[in-house]
Design a protein. Structure first.
Length: 163
């Protein structure tokens, strides 16, 4: 059985994952309006992924005999100056989520809650990927700004190498 302290902390994390999902859905809508369907597609997938993150915590709480309780989700920002600004917010947001996951891990260690520590190890690795994805896109957008598009195209080509 999970402790009340850990249960409350996981419920807070469910709320943060759902807020992430809502933020990325808002970004998807922003990109749809700009007719950037590739960016919107990326954001829609990200929204689904955040939902799955929330559900991972949800299912874990149920399995451990805990009680899921859902809090309010604030309205996300809906407009950005350009795609670079939006992706800067993605990176900032993911860094905040990483810090939150790390704090949860510290709490699980303090509570000697080993199952939660194992679950959180997955999230710790996932956050490395989340931050890298956002940082990569920011760098690529900066290259476009610097008119280095030929290098970007070559990079896409090199990325297709099979063996
Ligand atoms: Fe759930 O990883 Fe992003 O927020």
């Amino acid at each position: 059985m999970i402790t009340k302290t850990m249960q409350e902390a996981i419920n807070n994390q469910i709320n943060k994952e759902m807020s992430s999902s809502y933020l990325y859905l808002s970004m998807a809508a922003y990109f749809e309006e700009k007719h950037l369907s590739g960016f919107a597609h990326w954001m829609r997938l990200q929204t689904n992924e955040e939902n799955q993150h929330a559900m991972k915590f949800y299912d874990f709480l149920v399995e451990r005999g805990g009680r899921v309780s859902l809090g309010a989700i604030a309205a996300p920002k809906g407009d950005w100056t350009n795609s670079l600004e939006a992706f800067h917010q993605v990176l900032e947001h993911e860094e905040m989520i990483s810090a939150s996951i790390n704090e949860l891990y510290e709490l699980a260690q303090k509570e000697k809650d080993y199952p939660t520590q194992i679950l959180l190890q997955w999230f710790i690795s996932e956050q490395v990927e989340e931050e890298k994805n956002a940082a990569d896109i920011i760098q690529q957008l900066k290259m476009i700004d610097a008119h280095d598009t030929a290098v970007l195209l070559l990079d896409k080509q090199l990325g297709k190498r099979g063996g």
